[in-house]
Design a protein around this ligand. Structure first.
Ligand code: ZN
Length: 64
């Protein structure tokens, strides 16, 4: 197995980690119910995606 010959300095380690960031996910609003949803994801509030009902919600399943 490859073994490193010298310990990396704190500066080099921190330079590498300078790009580590927490990204805030993009958020758009659902066209049918207006809740905030991630793009290209099913709306968790109403269960619709691209105008189609994709998920069966617990409240609708009990009504039927
Ligand atoms: Zn929705």
């Amino acid at each position: 197995m490859a073994t490193q010959k010298k310990k990396r300095t704190r500066m080099k380690r921190d330079q590498r980690r300078a790009h580590w960031k927490v990204e805030i996910p993009e958020v758009s609003s659902c066209p049918s119910c207006g809740a905030s949803v991630q793009p290209y994801h099913v709306c968790t509030a109403c269960g619709q995606y691209k105008g189609r009902q994709v998920l069966k919600l617990a409240t609708e399943a009990t009504a039927k």
